[in-house]
Design a protein around this ligand. Structure first.
Ligand SMILES: O=P(O)(O)O[C@@H]1[C@@H](OP(=O)(O)O)[C@H](OP(=O)(O)O)[C@H](O)[C@H](OP(=O)(O)O)[C@H]1OP(=O)(O)O
Ligand SMILES: Nc1ncnc2c1ncn2[C@@H]1O[C@H](COP(=O)(O)OP(=O)(O)OP(=O)(O)O)[C@@H](O)[C@H]1O
Length: 344
């Protein structure tokens, strides 16, 4: 759980308190394993140094986004679209180069080989402390309950990771009955829950022009505008116009030939938001409901239950969303190239 009050970051700056959890292209995520109950169930998301493939003789291109900007984007742009209940709460904490170097050393062996070319960004003043979406707080005491968490990376459709809490699988545990039933459970959950539907709905509406429609609009922008990422207040405006557009059921393809520079930018920003929603991951934590527990039936909107076919037991689940960072406007030519390569 993420504490609601600001925490004193100095108590967190010890690499021994963190264990490697996973990483993507831009961040490494470590889980808190220290004694403080306030921080138990949190992860620290730490930014990597290079933002894109850079030859050794080139100066790395730093991310244009500060962590404050990323946090604002997640909370004020993405969360209202998908539902704030799905987005892990986040708090920025001050870090320093010594801590980041120690952290980098302590988790070096745990990192997948293919990811090791990118190091942490040792100059970052902040890291993001986020609720661990694989952690179920009220199960902490109720051993031996197991949590299985599956992460689905939408862009590849791959189920990436399984996390267990605590690692205690019994042979008769219906959560351990194999991949086929795991996938059945996942499908039952994703069909019942709202997140996937909302993602699909907004991906479709925000990407209605496709990169083939967006790239020609981008190509006509003046150079300075081509490089200008929207500010958070511009994102707010983009969101307001997007909502109006879908409420009025406007056909944007029909407006293309006569659209103003402002409208062009609106469509480009909408496309970038679609790129975020396509690249994010869904994480589903599942655990068996204890038939004797007094767990409240009044569950949050991102939690629910499914009855397992294989037994009379009830599976509880919680759905969350990961990696909802903004995409740079300068990536549009890359998206176009990728699309053309696929077409060819
Ligand atoms: O370009 P793609 O489609 O390969 O997607 C990138 C992802 O690759 P993958 O989905 O595995 O093919 C890539 O994922 P991985 O590195 O494979 O984990 C990132 O998510 C990257 O986003 P960003 O540069 O960190 O903002 C993703 O970049 P965006 O395209 O979302 O900007
Ligand atoms: N809040 C969280 N709770 C639990 N696990 C998390 C959380 N955030 C991230 N992770 C784990 O860490 C991994 C990397 O995190 P994330 O996807 O945010 O990295 P990234 O570098 O931003 O990804 P990308 O390659 O898409 O840019 C995730 O795939 C997931 O396994």
């Amino acid at each position: 759980m993420l504490p609601s009050q600001p925490i004193d970051s100095s108590q967190l700056l010890d690499a021994a308190l963190w264990s490697y959890k996973g990483e993507g292209n831009a961040n490494i995520v470590v889980a808190y394993i220290g004694p403080d109950p306030l921080i138990t169930g949190c992860v620290l998301r730490v930014r990597k140094a290079l933002d894109e493939d850079v030859r050794l003789d080139e100066v790395p291109v730093p991310s244009p986004f500060t962590l404050q900007y990323e946090m604002g984007f997640q909370q004020h742009v993405v969360a209202p679209l998908v539902g704030p209940e799905y987005v892990g709460r986040m708090q920025l904490v001050n870090v320093n180069p010594t801590f980041l170097h120690n952290l980098s050393d302590s988790m070096a062996d745990a990192r997948p080989k293919a990811r090791r070319t990118k190091l942490l960004d040792f100059s970052q003043p902040y890291a993001a402390l986020i609720a661990d979406l694989t952690y179920v707080p009220h199960l902490k005491m109720a051993s031996p309950t197991k949590v299985v968490a599956v992460e689905i990376k939408q862009s590849t459709g791959a189920a990436l990771n399984n996390f267990f809490q605590p690692a205690d699988a019994s042979a008769h545990d219906p959560l351990s009955t194999g991949m086929a039933s795991l996938f059945e459970n996942l499908i039952a959950i994703l069909t019942r829950d709202n997140l996937l539907q909302r993602l699909r709905y907004h991906q479709r509406n925000l990407d209605s022009l496709d990169i083939e429609g967006i790239f020609p609009l981008y190509a006509t922008l003046p150079d300075d505008v081509k490089n200008a990422n929207p500010s958070l207040s511009e994102w707010k405006e983009t969101m307001d116009l997007y909502r109006q557009r879908i409420e009025q059921n406007d056909d944007i393809a029909a407006q293309l030939s006569k659209c103003s520079p402002k409208e062009r930018l609106q469509f480009i920003h909408e496309y970038l938001l679609a790129a975020t929603l396509k690249d994010c991951s869904i994480i589903i934590a599942m655990w068996l409901k204890d038939p004797n527990s007094t767990e409240s039936s009044d569950t949050p909107a991102n939690e629910g239950t499914v009855r397992l076919d294989t037994s009379s037991q009830v599976l509880r689940y919680r759905v969350g969303i990961l990696d909802i960072d903004p995409k740079r406007i300068t990536k549009i030519p890359d998206y176009y190239k990728l699309d053309q390569n696929i077409v060819e």
